[in-house]
Write a protein that binds this ligand. Structure first.
Ligand code: SF4
Length: 384
């Protein structure tokens, strides 16, 4: 498929599409908290004196045509980190750079002449879980898809715009395209609406799309179709994805097929990062191991039915993100926690930036952890 002829390559350098360094996000304001955290967690926390530490000192890079999956439970900070990555949320500390330019500096016009806020907004797009919320129910699909093209490519004439939209609808399997262009959102199925939402983001040929739980509301066969579509579009457009999911099976599917990475988040931190194979078949961090234990078997023929096993977690209650536990933040739940884990906060251990790493002392065979007493009277095994 031909791409739109624009002067978008004004930002032409060897810097990563996205780099986040020591990013933290705290919420003190209730309205911000409500927009960023799931309702259940917002209700549980309410607002108080202390800020909520939604993301805490996270560094992550997304390269050219890269796929990075952020996975974690509700309230782990994955959505807040994703929103911060594309500039929808300002970090409380640290920096988020698009091709080497600090996004917030660009917003303030500090790189005028080199790169503008509009360039960054076009380059970093989002597709939401709820495609309905992103659509105007009173406008046709043609009208909704024409809108971003008019805004970002005003030189494009009506015929080119129509052709562009029809081609994208055909490419993504929404056919007959001419028919669908005149439909309203309520005349589309859930899968079709999600395809239109993806087209809307992709029409701008972004460098990166934040795919925020985009397949969570779909049934299993449709999930695979949509993830395959994202990967096909990546080949055509060279887009990178930051794919946010709470589902390990989805994470594994897309990261594996794209040769990408999975970053596991717990209570605002990345606790393990690696390839799909490393995270699924050889998880190092006890939290990742428990996530795997709690997931349904990836292979339907796998007789292991772990959810009937006794839980290996030492506590079922997630800690309050306003009052993060001392030392390793996972120690109140971890079945392998030792005394040292209550005092010292582990960094990611295990290799270079893009290699398999886990924030757990067990990764270091010479760490004092091994001489420190278990806080549970012995390590408990995690069935995998
Ligand atoms: S550092 Fe300690 S508490 Fe944290 S995950 Fe490792 S063993 Fe568990």
């Amino acid at each position: 498929m031909s791409t739109i002829d624009t002067d978008e390559d004004v930002i032409d350098n060897d810097e990563p599409v996205l780099s986040m360094e020591n990013v933290s996000v705290e919420y003190q304001d209730e309205s911000l908290l409500e927009s960023a955290l799931p309702d259940s967690l917002t209700e549980r926390l309410g607002m108080g004196e202390e800020p909520v530490h939604a993301v805490d000192d996270v560094s992550l890079e997304v390269g050219e045509e890269d796929v990075v999956v952020l996975i974690g439970e509700s309230g782990s900070g994955k959505t807040t980190l994703g929103r911060t990555a594309i500039g929808l949320q300002e970090p409380t500390a640290g920096s988020v750079k698009y091709r080497g330019y600090d996004i917030q500096d660009v917003e303030r016009g500090e790189h005028a002449g080199e790169v503008y806020a509009e360039d960054v907004r076009r380059a970093l797009q989002i597709v939401h879980q709820d495609s309905d919320a992103a659509m105007n129910p009173y406008r046709t699909i043609r009208s909704q898809l024409a809108e971003p093209l008019k805004l970002w490519y005003p030189e494009m004439d009506l015929n080119d715009r129509q052709e562009r939209i029809a081609t994208m609808l055909r490419t993504t399997g929404v056919t007959p395209a001419e028919d669908y262009m005149e439909r309203y959102p309520h005349e589309l199925s859930g899968g079709e609406k999600q395809r239109v939402a993806i087209i809307r983001a992709m029409l701008l040929e972004p460098d990166l799309i934040l795919a925020d739980e985009v397949v969570s509301a779909l049934d299993v066969s449709l999930r695979i179709e949509i993830m395959d579509l994202l990967l096909d579009l990546q080949e055509m457009f060279g887009t990178s994805y930051l794919f946010v999911s709470h589902n390990l099976t989805n994470a594994r599917y897309i990261a594996d097929k794209a040769d990408g990475r999975i970053a596991v988040m717990y209570l605002g931190r990345i606790v393990e990062v690696g390839t799909a194979d490393e995270i699924i078949n050889d998880p190092s961090h006890p939290y990742t191991q428990i996530l795997k234990w709690a997931s349904l078997p990836l292979d339907p023929d796998d007789a292991r039915k772990t959810i009937t096993d006794e839980s290996p977690m030492m506590s079922e209650e997630a800690p309050d993100p306003r009052n993060i536990p001392s030392g390793c933040r996972f120690h109140t739940t971890c079945p392998k926690a030792h005394e040292v884990c209550t005092e010292v906060d582990p960094d990611l251990i295990g290799g270079e930036e893009r290699e398999h790493r886990a924030a757990c002392f067990r990764e270091d065979p010479s760490h004092e952890y091994w001489d420190s007493e278990s806080i549970h009277g012995g390590d408990r095994e995690i069935p995998l």
